[in-house]
Every structure is written in structure tokens, then in C-alpha cells.
Design a protein around this ligand. Structure first.
Ligand SMILES: [Zn+2]
Length: 112
């Protein structure tokens, strides 16, 4: 089964695959990175709807899970801390990264 969502995309300049942003960078609307092969600046920008979705997810559910994992770490509940961190990654960071993957284009500093 082919899935349209990908973690990484191909460089629009040289076609090298595997270009993507880091898990925390995915929370931003516009991510600028460098191609690992041709070193050209490439960017990924979320649509407004996708960005609002990521914002909403990270400021409600994400903050809640982050709080749970921090409290769990402080109280020594390692299993709960690990579970909350994993859930945070799987439900917030991963979807944000997936939304960015495959939306790469050549960086244009004048786009704004
Ligand atoms: Zn490239």
C-alpha cells in the first residue's frame, strides 16, 4: 500500500531523497533546510489549515503530554514518563513532520 505522507522528501534541485526537517522543526510553519547532497537551501511550508492543526495539537494535547512526562520524570515514574514522551512524539511531532515531508521547494527569501 502506498501512503502519500512521507517523513522526508526529494530535493527539488537535485532530486536527492531523504530531505526532511527535524521533529521539533516540524512545529514551525516554514522550515528552511539545506540539501545534504547539493547544499541548496530548500524550504517546506505548511498550508494554513495544516499549520493551524499542528498549532492546536501542540498547544493543547502536546503541552499536556509534555507536562505529564516532566512531572513523571521528577517523581521517578520512568515508565509513565517514557510513555508520555512516546505518545507526544507519535501524536504531535510525527504528524507535523509528515505534513512537512514531500512539500519541499527551492528556498525563496522573497516569498513573504
Ligand atoms: Zn539537492
Amino acid at each position: 500500500m502506498k501512503v502519500g505522507l512521507k517523513l522526508t522528501g526529494a530535493c527539488p534541485a537535485c532530486g536527492a531523497g531523504g530531505q526532511g526537517c527535524g521533529p521539533w522543526q516540524g512545529l514551525k510553519r516554514r522550515v528552511v533546510m539545506r540539501c545534504t547532497k547539493c547544499a541548496k537551501a530548500i524550504e517546506s511550508e505548511l498550508s494554513l489549515a495544516a499549520y493551524l492543526f499542528v498549532c492546536l495539537l501542540s498547544t493543547t494535547w502536546g503541552v499536556l503530554l509534555f507536562g505529564v512526562s516532566v512531572v513523571a520524570l521528577l517523581t521517578g515514574a520512568w515508565l509513565l514518563a517514557g510513555g508520555a514522551a512516546l505518545l507526544l512524539w507519535a501524536t504531535v511531532l510525527l504528524p507535523a513532520q509528515l505534513l512537512h515531508g514531500g512539500r519541499l521547494k527551492i528556498y525563496n527569501p522573497y516569498a513573504w
